[in-house]
Design a protein around this ligand. Structure first.
Ligand SMILES: Cc1cc2nc3c(=O)[nH]c(=O)nc-3n(C[C@H](O)[C@H](O)[C@H](O)COP(=O)(O)OP(=O)(O)OC[C@H]3O[C@@H](n4cnc5c(N)ncnc54)[C@H](O)[C@@H]3O)c2cc1C
Length: 356
């Protein structure tokens, strides 16, 4: 039987063969997965959900890849209007958000339309439209491949920040098996804090539409801005934003804001500037080819699309070309958002001086 390629497991559709691919569909099979990994003499596997935020090496991966495909939501009333919702790690995040809207549960409505699994969401503290997983995360249950134990990690131990967590740094140590959130049963969503969303809803910042209205508006806005993953679209081979919004000093924020660059303070209080604006400032427009087979999306420069003939090496080269040009034109180092499989370094290590 032909080996499974990482290309078939990732949205970029790049990456060579993996030695072994194990799929976890039933949570009770987890001990079998652990045993199978150890029988191969490996300390830990590579873990994948839907592969929507990874770049896999053309050479593939010489070891075990575990694809987490478990499904299921269990809701339990905690106190007053709070509901504790435990979700299996392989459950699609979009399905969870739709379920919550139907149940009139607020807290994750702005995450509508984000590709990927619920178990991957704590890895980069998935967020959009002014909301992030950290807002509602209570704890995750995760297998610790370092101590070979199943642990419950309360949210405050996960070191969640802007597109960041301990899981993104302690690569290979953890497999998230379930995620528990606290959602609020209410007809109203949290106040709208994000301008694009307020405009889509036709309401002022601070308004509180219903959870379903916010979910629908987020999906419409994401569609309009090319932020939905449509497998039938020529833009389908992508990982969303390829760079984090970079940290900037107050002086840099002032300088670049004056030049028109959107800047904001993230939930950690850190000033950040728009990576997308910087790419355009450096001369990369939507649709521009960066290297052969890799171009900026037709919607936005911050998303790179793999076309016919693309390779992971080419994609990596494209990221380095973009960071080089932005550094030359602004003095600011962009840091890639996706993680890597089988590359000798994580993309974040290419630019060690820039922080998260
Ligand atoms: C069109 C598009 C739009 C996007 N929009 C957004 C957005 O608005 N906001 C945002 O934050 N992200 C966005 N993303 C990025 C991506 O959707 C998220 O990072 C998502 O959480 C990845 O889920 P996944 O299941 O595909 O993870 P994968 O790509 O499979 O994995 C990502 C990382 O998480 C690890 N991982 C996966 N599952 C587990 C697990 N169970 N336990 C431990 N580690 C695990 C992997 O090893 C890898 O390091 C977008 C991507 C695309 C393609």
């Amino acid at each position: 039987m032909a080996p499974t390629t990482l290309a078939s497991l990732t949205t970029l559709r790049l990456g060579g063969p993996a030695d072994r691919v194990l799929v976890l569909s039933d949570p009770t099979d987890w001990p079998d997965i652990v045993r199978a990994v150890h029988e191969q003499g490996e300390r830990a596997p590579v873990v994948l959900g839907h592969g929507s935020n990874v770049i896999a090496s053309d050479a593939g991966y010489p070891g075990t890849v575990v694809v987490v495909n478990t499904r299921g939501i269990a809701a339990e009333r905690a106190a007053d209007s709070t509901v504790a919702v435990t979700v299996q790690a392989g459950h699609p995040l979009t399905d969870l958000v739709s379920w919550a809207a139907a149940e009139h549960l607020a807290g994750i409505e702005c995450l509508a339309g984000i590709p990927g699994t619920t178990g991957a969401a704590p890895v980069q503290n998935t967020g959009a439209y002014g909301q992030q997983l950290a807002d509602t995360l209570d704890y995750v249950t995760a297998w610790d491949w370092q101590t070979n134990r199943l642990l419950t990690l309360p949210a405050h131990t996960c070191r969640l920040g802007y597109r960041h967590s301990r899981f993104k740094v302690e690569i290979g140590r953890w497999t998230v098996l379930s995620v528990t959130l606290h959602l609020t049963r209410t007809s109203q969503a949290a106040p709208v804090t994000y301008q694009h969303l307020a405009a889509e809803l036709g309401v002022p910042i601070g308004a509180c539409p219903t959870v379903s209205e916010v979910t629908a508006a987020v999906l419409t806005n994401r569609h309009r801005r090319g932020l939905l993953l449509n497998p039938h679209n020529p833009e389908a081979r992508q990982v969303g934003s390829v760079f984090l919004n970079p940290r900037v000093t107050p002086v840099q924020a002032h300088r670049w804001s004056a030049a028109g660059c959107p800047a904001h303070r993230d939930t950690d209080g850190q000033l950040r500037a728009s990576a997308g604006w910087m790419l355009e400032h450096a001369g990369f427009r939507p649709g521009d080819t960066v290297v052969a087979g890799v171009r900026c999306s037709a919607y936005r420069s911050l998303t790179l699309v793999a076309d016919h003939g693309a390779t992971a090496a080419g994609f990596t080269k494209a990221l380095l070309r973009l960071t080089g040009r932005v550094a030359a034109s602004t003095g600011i180092t962009l840091r890639p958002e996706p993680t890597a499989i089988g590359l000798c370094k994580q993309p974040s290590e290419w630019c060690p001086d820039s922080g998260t």
